[in-house]
Design a protein around this ligand. Structure first.
Ligand code: APR
Length: 230
């Protein structure tokens, strides 16, 4: 029976692939007003602006590759039962070979009906741009399959259950500013080690010891793999 290794990742995981974080200087929220492009109110006000924001990010996603950090996590599946719980909406964990990925904040490559949230459509690379008034075959307006601020995070329940069963918990590339994702740390059992990989110091919102690897994702995951092998 393999030990359960659970990894919570954020935008920093994809920096070395060339994608921006949100809160580092020059990050996405420096360039776009979050209330205009990542809230239901912004969508109501100007759906064309929102569609354009996500079309641009889908186009960018087509030009980048997973980095050594993503690939390193995928190789850990040989020795562990790995679940990646990601706040990222890119598909780089999957493209690196991770087979169990939970997207808390949705997926950039998917759109869904605004009338029936179970009607979700995977966009192909040659149709990654969605027009402002594009509908599905039922005539329903399509929206990005992204969790905006203020919306429910339906995948948090399965994420909590998996976190409660973790034997090892790893945090990579997230400032732990956004809930309920950051709250997952509260569900890690007391005796379970928590590793944190980030080039900067991150304020951990729980009162427990954390093993810090103050490096970028690629180097940090390599160091983690070496530590775990000991
Ligand atoms: N490797 C690893 N981590 C890095 C790297 C790197 N090369 N470069 C930067 N980081 C770290 C930063 O130090 C920071 O701690 O990545 C983290 C990025 O934090 P944020 O920009 O806040 O991104 P994230 O925590 O993923 O944001 C959470 O907020 O806006 C919402 O929905 C959005 O999912 C996002 C959520």
């Amino acid at each position: 029976m393999k030990k359960k290794l659970v990894v919570l990742t954020g935008a920093g995981m994809s920096v070395e692939s060339g994608l921006s974080t949100f809160r580092d200087s020059g990050g996405l929220w420096d360039r776009y007003p979050v209330e205009d492009v990542a809230t239901p109110e912004g969508w109501e006000r100007n759906p064309a602006l929102v569609q354009e924001f996500y079309n641009k990010r889908r186009k960018e996603l087509l030009t980048v590759e997973p980095n050594k950090g993503h690939f390193g996590l995928a190789t850990l599946e040989k020795d562990y039962d790995v679940t990646v719980i990601t706040q990222n909406v890119d598909n780089l964990h999957e493209r690196a070979g991770s087979t169990h990925v939970i997207h808390l904040h949705g997926e950039l490559t998917k759109v869904r009906s605004t009338k029936n949230e179970n009607r979700i459509y995977e966009l192909s690379p040659d149709h990654y741009e969605i027009k402002a008034d594009e509908t599905d075959r039922y005539g329903d307006q399509l929206r990005p399959h992204i969790v905006w601020f203020g919306e429910a995070v339906p995948m948090i329940e399965p994420a909590i259950e998996i976190t409660e069963e973790a034997d090892i918990f790893v945090v990579i590339g997230t400032s732990l500013n956004v809930y309920p994702a950051a709250g997952l740390l509260r569900y890690v059992r007391p005796q379970v080690p928590i590793y944190l990989i980030d080039p900067k110091e991150v304020k951990v919102p729980v009162d427990r010891s954390v093993r810090v690897i103050q490096k970028g994702a690629s180097e940090g995951v390599a160091e983690l793999i070496a530590l775990l092998r000991r």
